[in-house]
Design a protein around this ligand. Structure first.
Ligand SMILES: NC(=O)c1ccc[n+]([C@@H]2O[C@H](COP(=O)([O-])OP(=O)(O)OC[C@H]3O[C@@H](n4cnc5c(N)ncnc54)[C@H](OP(=O)(O)O)[C@@H]3O)[C@@H](O)[C@H]2O)c1
Length: 290
């Protein structure tokens, strides 16, 4: 039996991971931001040395991509120093660590899926701070540190694009969505399952890409949500990213390659459309207004 500690356990991924571990009968402690601030090195050390988990999964993060542009130091404190604090505590206790990361570590200009060992070149403050977290974990835990990059997450908890589209399908006659960013919509429960599989398979430490197979654009994803709701997908119209003013630029191409899973003998996540169909029943549906 593996003992697990999940930090950032109140977030969208953290909640699904803790729930899946509990359902699998694992010993798990999930700590929310209120219960453990990962920027507090002494508190992190106390939690890891006190609970003595075999594995710590760090789901805590500053995820406000646009706000990070004006507050990079604050974002770095959570995404860089927070990860470093956990890695240092794991190095002292002998625990393995899984650090969650993102497609934003890449520049988004590729024309083929990013491999796990492609050179990161973040173009945003958020991406730079997440890369600092990756480097802190890999530097401190060369034999026990896993970096799991994901992207375009949706799930039952917390705000996300799919839930927004479900709401807009009810509230608006037409929705405009960007059609020039390419990525892999990914269900948090699928990521949680891969994290558990990685540890249970005693896979080699290193970088893994936990995103759905296939690819689409935000426009393609929005149309698929409408289809699943039985709404007319033609109500979604395509627009360009340049039409939306945002502080942080969005990567045009965020597709991540999955070779790491083959090396670990683990199947990657299924095609994004199938994953979305499976996830749909657990995503909260807003009440219909008459
Ligand atoms: N969402 C995506 O599309 C996406 C894409 C790529 C990668 N990721 C990565 O996946 C991981 C999970 O993301 P998510 O979508 O689950 O994010 P989320 O819902 O924003 O969850 C992050 C959690 O971290 C907590 N947190 C923030 N600062 C903290 C601190 N100092 N100490 C402890 N906890 C703190 C937040 O608490 P508060 O809510 O109270 O601030 C929140 O509960 C993150 O590493 C993220 O970078 C996400």
């Amino acid at each position: 039996m593996t003992g697990w500690l999940v930090t950032g356990a109140g977030g969208m991924l953290g909640r699904d991971l803790v729930a899946l571990l509990e359902r699998g009968g694992e010993t798990v402690t999930g700590l929310t931001r209120q219960q453990l601030d990962v920027t507090d090195a002494a508190a992190v050390n106390g939690a890891v040395l006190g609970l003595k988990p075999d594995v710590v999964v760090n789901c805590a993060a500053w995820t406000a991509v646009d706000d990070a542009e004006a507050h990079e130091g604050d974002a770095l404190e959570v995404n860089g120093r927070g990860a470093a604090n956990i890695a240092a505590a794991c190095a002292s206790s002998g625990a393995r660590m899984v650090q969650m990361s993102t497609d934003y570590v890449f520049d988004g200009t590729a024309r083929r899926p990013y491999a796990e060992d492609d050179t990161p070149a973040p173009r945003t403050a958020y991406g730079r701070t997440k890369l600092a977290g990756e480097e802190a974990v890999r530097g401190r835990l060369p034999e026990a540190g896993f970096v799991v990059r994901t992207a375009w997450l949706y799930g039952a908890h917390g705000p996300n694009f799919v839930r927004t589209m479900i709401r807009l399908a009810r509230d608006r006659p037409e929705v405009r969505v960007v059609d020039d960013q390419h990525g892999q919509p990914t269900w948090t429960a699928d990521v949680a399952s891969l994290i558990i599989g990685l540890i249970q398979a005693a896979a080699s430490p290193g970088i893994y890409h936990a995103t759905s197979s296939g690819q689409t654009t935000w426009f393609g994803l929005a149309q698929e949500v409408f289809r699943l709701l039985g709404a007319n997908p033609a109500r979604v119209t395509a627009t360009a990213s340049s039409a939306l003013a945002r502080s942080a630029s969005r990567p045009a191409y965020s597709v991540l390659g999955h070779d790491g899973w083959a090396r670990a003998g683990i199947a990657p996540i299924t095609d994004w459309r199938l994953a979305l169909r499976r996830a749909f029943p657990v995503l909260p549906q807003p009440k219909q207004t008459s």
